[in-house]
Design a protein around this ligand. Sequence first.
Ligand code: FES
Length: 107
Amino acid sequence: MPRVTYISDDGKETALDVPVGTSVMQAAILNSVDGIVAECGGSCMCATCHVFVREDQLPLCPEMEVGEDAMLDGTAVPRRPNSRLSCQLVMSPRMDGLVVTMPETQT
Ligand code: FES
């Protein structure tokens, strides 16, 4: 099962085995990882599941769609080139070892 490491803004690391087909956001919520709120439950409507993906791993992630790109303009902490919405990061085998960092706040 692919593994994801979540790093909170204060440096706390949590590693989870995330089933293929489950989003990085869903796994975080199910395992009570702090730093991801996900108010809309994964509908790409809230931008409170904002994460920063390790730069070299961006090509491994699903391509960003227009709706996600638009939502990222409304995140609490301004977007960076490696910003993604974790509800749109649905795990695939090639994403094994993914590292995401959560912003200081989501709201
Ligand atoms: S959970 Fe709302 S945009 Fe990701």
